[in-house]
Ligand binder design. Structure first.
Ligand code: MLT
Ligand code: MN
Ligand code: ZN
Length: 302
């Protein structure tokens, strides 16, 4: 796990809240949400390309090129959304000889038009763009198989719908602006599910969770009214396309078995701050559901 924070990271550069100030003081920082995954330990894929990508790659020895070569073990990027905290890092990969990106149709269009990173990268690297379709597994290098799970219609704010749907409407017209991935080894069962943005607990997600070893989930907010409570704004977690931890925990309790980890933690989320009194208060409920908060740098060997 290369990063476990929501957009902005922890601390966020312009935030002096208790949590951000503590992170600055103690060094308990979190980079923005990003995962590297491999089935054979040789061919690796990024899930999301965070704005912190360069330091995240440097911190992972598995992702370094063999000495004397430029043979990066990175074989491509899978996007769970077109949000800036998931896509800005694509620019950091421009030195690659080739770059393969998998994204759903609306995200792919957004990255060619509203945020034209695709045409921008073209003079730098030979990019291959692939459309991901929910429910249709993609075979990747090294025996890794990824199946997208449609999770919501929340558009990035930069791609607000000209027809008048509010930007970021999680109930927007397309359900695959946001996806998660169910990862298997070729011919094997689900080993991991990654869903850092989760507007709703969909039937496909419910099925994917049932046979997974590890499930990494949206932990942006602890409760639906967290942001309103902490910043005085009116936006709910659900309204921003994020199912709060308090609202996904009952689903975890219904589906015991996998190891659950929460990621994409916003800096307002008390769970992001190890040792905070609120995190301690929530710990028993998490433990009862087999869940924990993910940490940057965690290596999960399945
Ligand atoms: C989100 O996860 O809701 C987005 O990344 C928010 C943002 O950074 O604009
Ligand atoms: Mn985000
Ligand atoms: Zn803060």
């Amino acid at each position: 796990m290369l990063g476990t924070a929501a957009g902005g990271g922890l601390p966020q550069w312009n935030c002096g809240c208790t949590g951000c100030a503590t992170a600055r003081r103690t060094g308990a920082v979190r980079a923005q949400d990003c995962l590297a995954i491999s089935a054979d330990g040789a061919a690796w894929y990024l899930v999301n390309a965070s704005p912190d990508l360069r330091s995240q790659l440097l911190a992972a020895p598995e992702l370094a090129p063999p000495p004397g070569t430029r043979a990066t073990p990175l074989r491509g990027v899978l996007l769970t959304s077109g949000e800036l905290d998931h896509a800005l890092g694509l620019v950091t990969l421009r030195e690659a000889a080739e770059l393969t990106v998998h994204a759903t149709a609306p995200v792919r269009t957004a990255l060619h038009e509203a945020f034209p990173v695709a045409p921008l990268l073209a003079p730098y690297t030979k990019a291959h763009w692939h459309t991901v379709t929910a429910g249709r597994p993609v075979e990747l290098a090294g025996g890794l198989v990824a199946e997208a799970l449609a999770l919501g219609g929340k558009r990035p704010r930069y791609a607000a719908d000209p027809a008048g749907l509010p930007a970021g409407d999680p109930a927007g017209e397309r359900a695959d602006w946001v996806v998660g991935y169910r990862f298997t080894e070729a011919g094997g069962r689900a080993r991991a599910v990654y869903a850092p943005g989760l507007a709703a607990w969909t039937p496909a997600l419910d099925r994917a969770v049932a046979d997974a070893d590890v499930v990494i989930l949206d932990g942006t907010f602890a409760t639906d009214d967290e942001l309103a409570e902490r910043t005085g704004g009116a936006r709910t977690s659900r309204g921003m396309g994020h199912l709060a931890v308090a609202d996904s925990l009952p689903h975890l309790a219904r589906r015991p078995g996998p190891r659950y980890l929460y990621t994409h933690l916003n800096n307002t989320n008390p769970l992001a701050h190890r040792g905070s009194p609120e995190a301690a208060a929530l710990a028993p409920a998490l433990a009862a559901a087999g869940a924990a908060v993910a940490e940057d740098g965690t290596l999960l060997e399945l």
